[in-house]
Design a protein around this ligand. Structure first.
Ligand code: SF4
Length: 337
């Protein structure tokens, strides 16, 4: 999938007051996609079981208006989330969105992009002289709907011209061509989320394979974007050193020499709630979710999560730091958690 083709689209009648809303309706209908208008509440996607409802809702796009006044914070990745899109049609079985969005995992796009960007400017002005960074992928993979909305492009252009602001987003999708010619002035960081081919094959369904992601990353690097790799979630499976070592060498092969890259490293963790949702949504999934193999840790929001035990974390950290330094001597590792 290079971009999302929904089976059904719900359009908020208020969204038709905006040019993007009207254009989207027309383009979707011209493609023969069923478009249903709604008022106030997004219609629920009911099916007999949670799994059926979940899978059906993943094929739905909602075109709506951003109405909140405030942005959510987004530590440690950025200061604030930029609300352009939420949801993702991909089927990564471990995905944090499965827990966040639960029964409403449809892909929701906002048409009043100017309102969102103007609100972002107010946050920037309020924090001057400190720089303010916005994350475009906190609750979505925004590249997958860029074909329809062009919102990322507008955000990249907007932040390029806005003093005191930075923008970043992460993706597994490869539809980046529309971003390459933008005068981004180095103010947007693009990260590609990658994993070992074994993990991609087993747990990441409906998203591009490693080679395609690396080719897209190479294009972004050559277009001058500050570029990073989010290796997440890292699993300590049998043969992980060999597999992750090969993955890092593939990254090296696809990156132009002398272009600095950075890495963010996140080990796999799960909560009791995420385990239940994964089991319900993907009953065949082999994502490791055994509490007895993990250590229990209280998270920043007060609920507990199951992480790898300390000695496994140390081994993983040492491996990734050593390999990355050897292959990318200039690279920064922003964090390992
Ligand atoms: S691509 Fe990212 S946001 Fe989409 S399902 Fe996979 S992990 Fe979730």
């Amino acid at each position: 999938m290079s971009y999302f083709v929904p089976q059904l689209v719900y359009v908020d009648k208020k969204a038709l007051e905006y040019r993007l809303g009207r254009e989207l309706r027309k383009r979707l209908e011209d493609r023969g996609i069923e478009v249903v208008l709604y008022e106030d509440r997004i219609p629920a996607v009911y099916r007999k079981t949670f799994r059926e409802g979940f899978l059906a809702a993943k094929k739905v796009m909602v075109v709506s208006v951003w109405r909140q006044r405030e942005f959510q914070t987004c530590r440690p990745s950025a200061h604030y989330q930029l609300p352009l899109v939420s949801g993702c049609p991909g089927h990564c079985e471990y995905c944090y969105l499965n827990t966040n969005l639960g029964r409403r995992p449809y892909v929701r796009v906002y048409v009043n992009v100017d309102d969102v960007l103007h609100r972002a400017r107010e946050y920037v002005r309020g924090r001057e002289p400190e720089k303010t960074v916005f994350e475009g992928a906190a609750t979505s993979d925004p590249i997958v709907v860029e074909y329809w909305t062009g919102s990322l492009r507008r955000a990249v252009e907007y932040f390029a011209a806005l003093e005191g602001a930075g923008f970043r987003f992460v993706t597994k999708f490869t539809n980046v061509d529309g971003l390459l010619a933008i005068d981004h002035r180095g103010k947007t960081e693009i990260r590609f989320s990658i994993n070992s081919p074994k993990i991609i094959t087993e747990y990441e369904k409906g998203v591009p394979r490693l080679k395609s992601r690396l080719e897209a990353a190479g294009k972004c690097a050559r277009a001058g974007y500050p570029l990073g790799f989010l290796i997440a979630p890292i699993f300590a499976f049998e043969g992980w050193r060999d597999q992750y070592g090969r993955m890092l060498r593939q990254v090296r092969e696809h990156m132009p020499e002398k272009i600095p890259v950075f890495f963010e490293l996140i080990t796999h963790r799960f909560t009791a709630r995420s385990k239940k949702i994964i089991r319900d949504a993907y009953p065949e999934s082999g994502v490791p979710l055994e509490e007895t193999d993990r250590s229990f840790k209280y998270g920043q929001f007060g609920y507990g999560k199951y992480v790898y035990p300390g000695e496994v974390m140390e081994e993983l950290k040492e491996f990734f730091v050593t390999e990355i330094k050897a292959l990318f001597p200039e690279a920064k590792i922003l964090y390992f958690v």
